[in-house]
Design a binder for this molecule. Structure first.
Ligand SMILES: N[C@@H](Cc1ccccc1)C(=O)O
Ligand SMILES: CCCCCC(=O)O
Ligand SMILES: [Zn+2]
Ligand SMILES: [Zn+2]
Length: 512
């Protein structure tokens, strides 16, 4: 008994010692933290664009039903009308001598803006014209009505976030640039694909082919839709988090099917194909893939740790001691998709009639694969978890592993620094962080042009009230968000000109 007591006391005093060391370490880290340097921009007086003129154009854009249903299956009529609308809405852009526009594969739009300084490698901003379907009975607004809130501050429609806001914002920024008589030093492309939501094979893939054919084999950087500025990702965090997608997870569509004897439902087997398949799916949902806390997650947690309130700041800034605890916390809620391969049963079909034993049943699972895992690993583990020979597991075409990680040192890597600093110009108080995008984008078609590929949507979304609207019901965007997006792209177009040769004489003592 005495021995046990001594052991408990020793353990307790060790725990207390570790906690004291952690608190002291957090305190020292906090006081020694250099004040975040005001981002240095050579174009301070860039001006500001209001969204007054853009707002009606944005609302009109949202009313085109540019729905993609499956690869090569999309609303061609509305895509055609949407592109015609864009060409007619920005005459000063498409009449400019510095702008060339090409319709690619009938419905995609490639806008080439030539720069004054041909020696500068051009960059590419991507967005997409198509949207996912609307389940109207789930919505409280017409999914393509572009109805506004009473005070005109918000518009409801599919595509408001994903991704027509970026199509319009990029065009408005270019239009403003041209209206000021500015021809950029560094040329760039606006690449609007028309089937991103079904893999981009007809749109972005063909834009990439066109660029390659033209002899464009290098891009300074690529920026597409992606992570947004997130409000309240974690309770208690005073500042919003601007995730910059420096890679994106892989995507795997798996078909699970069961074929068994049919027959009269009055003489049923113990389990029909529907029952067998349902049990398999339940096992996969109950046995989620492993939590992976890699160096990117580690860096992310540390980058926000000192902004968190006590005791979260102590816990998150001492991962040497609290990593298992933080990993478990991250594996809940929205952040779960950052730390594991996700499993989403998205389709299920089976059964013919109430009195017929179903000979077949099938389902589709969508896995978004963590950058540290591969398609093969996921399939192997699924098979082990299901452990039922009656269930056939087949990968569907169009699956791919995670992307390479783009260089993302906030000072040394110029393209990352350019995007980060431009974000800080629009959102001065956010915490920027390099992260994997948990979804997928058209960037998969541009990876051979640059190692600097980023995924970010420059709008602020409240995690609790907005994220579920992406591909969900009542998608919406505020006027303030559209305005911020326009100004982000305009500042990016201006800042992209001045970073080619970092001005050595220009330095800040507190620079990172
Ligand atoms: N943006 C879409 C792209 C995609 C289409 C089809 C399959 C997988 C991904 C998504 O992330 O969902
Ligand atoms: C906002 C994130 C979007 C991810 C890519 C897509 O679904 O179009
Ligand atoms: Zn989407
Ligand atoms: Zn999208």
């Amino acid at each position: 008994m005495r021995k046990a007591l001594k052991f408990v006391c020793a353990l307790l005093s060790l725990l207390i010692a570790l906690l004291v060391v952690s608190c002291i370490r957090t305190f020292l880290l906090t006081v020694s933290r250099s004040a975040a340097p005001t981002p240095c921009h050579r174009n301070e007086s860039q001006g500001y664009i209001t969204s007054e003129d853009a707002w009606p154009r944005f609302k009109k854009a949202l009313q085109f039903r540019t729905v993609s249903n499956a690869p090569h299956v999309y609303n061609r009529k509305d895509l055609q009308e949407f592109v015609t609308f864009l060409l007619q809405s920005y005459p000063q852009v498409f009449q400019s001598p510095h702008v060339r526009r090409d319709i690619i594969n009938e419905y995609s739009l490639l806008i080439s803006v030539s720069g004054k300084n041909r020696s500068l490698t051009p960059y590419l901003l991507a967005a997409h014209l198509d949207v996912v379907p609307v389940v109207q009975e789930e919505w409280t607004h017409d999914g393509f009505g572009a109805e506004e809130e009473d005070d005109g501050s918000m518009v409801y429609a599919r595509g408001a976030i994903d991704d027509k806001s970026n199509v319009i914002a990029q065009l408005e920024a270019l239009s403003f640039l041209i209206s000021k008589g500015i021809q950029p030093q560094r040329g760039f492309f606006l690449a609007f694909g028309h089937d991103e939501e079904v893999g981009g094979h007809d749109g972005a893939a063909r834009i990439a082919e066109e660029l390659w054919k033209r002899g464009i084999h290098d891009l300074d950087f690529v920026l597409d839709e992606g992570l947004t500025v997130l409000k309240d990702l974690f309770q208690g965090l005073p500042n919003n988090i601007a995730g910059i997608g420096v890679t994106e997870k892989g995507s795997l569509h798996l078909n699970l099917s069961v074929h068994s004897e049919g027959g009269h439902s009055s003489m049923p087997p113990k389990q029909t194909s529907i029952g067998i398949l349902s049990a398999a799916l339940a096992k996969l949902e109950a046995n989620q893939h492993d939590i992976i806390f890699d160096e990117m997650t580690h860096n992310f947690v540390e980058s926000i740790s000192l902004d968190m309130p006590f005791p979260l700041n102590v816990v998150t800034s001492n991962l040497w001691l609290f990593k298992p605890l933080v990993a478990r916390a991250l594996a809940k809620g929205v952040s779960e998709s950052m730390v594991r391969t996700t499993t989403a049963v998205t389709m299920f079909q089976g059964g013919l009639k109430p009195n017929v034993i179903p000979p077949t049943a099938w389902a589709v699972i969508n896995h978004r694969i963590h950058p540290k895992q591969t398609i093969a690993e996921i399939i192997d583990r699924n098979r082990a978890v299901v452990n039922d020979k009656r269930v056939t597991i087949t990968p569907l075409p169009g699956s791919y592993n995670a992307h390479p990680v783009s260089p993302h040192h906030p000072k040394k890597d110029r393209p990352y620094r350019l995007i980060r600093d431009t974000l800080l110009q629009i959102y001065p108080n956010v915490v920027t962080a390099p992260l994997p995008l948990v979804a997928n984008t058209d960037t998969k078609h541009y990876l051979s042009f640059s190692k600097h590929v980023f995924r970010h949507n420059p709008i602020v979304l409240d995690v609790k009230t907005e994220l579920h609207r992406i591909h969900g019901r009542d998608e919406r965007l505020s006027k303030a968000n559209l305005e911020s997006a326009i100004n982000f792209y305009y500042h990016l177009m201006m800042n992209a000109d001045s970073d080619e040769h970092p001005d050595k004489s220009h330095s800040h003592s507190s620079e990172l």
